[in-house]
Write a protein that binds this ligand. Structure first.
Ligand SMILES: [Cu+2]
Length: 116
């Protein structure tokens, strides 16, 4: 069978696209902080896969994001955005909260759920 030469680049592109689709995409999660609450109170990820958390403070005052288990302690000024990555290795339920005074009591809490 004779294959036309111009088909090769097309095939190559197709193979690359398929390979890209098959790759495991990193877990990217955006958590908005708005009106003294986290936009998502539960985040579910898979153990052993890198997670990128993007925090967006939509309030006109400072918030914080604290997850003791992963030693993450970030503060965000009004309307600030922060991003950090880590890889949870052990399945479990890991709480996070805002450590600005009074915010945790007001309901700024959530949990990262790591599935096996
Ligand atoms: Cu807060």
């Amino acid at each position: 069978m004779k294959v036309r030469p111009y088909l090769f680049p097309l095939l190559l592109i197709l193979v690359c696209l398929l390979a890209a689709c098959g790759r495991v995409a990193p877990n990217q999660v955006t958590i908005a902080m708005k009106e003294m609450a986290f936009g998502q109170s539960e985040i579910t990820v898979k153990a052993g896969q890198p997670v990128t958390l993007r925090l967006v403070n939509r309030d006109g005052y400072a918030h914080a994001f604290d997850m003791d288990e992963f030693n993450i302690h970030t503060s965000l000024a009004a309307n600030e955005t922060a991003e950090f990555s880590f890889t949870p290795e052990k399945p479990g339920r890991y709480p996070f909260y805002c450590s600005s005074p009074g915010h945790e009591m007001a309901g700024m809490v959530g949990a990262l759920i790591v599935e096996p």
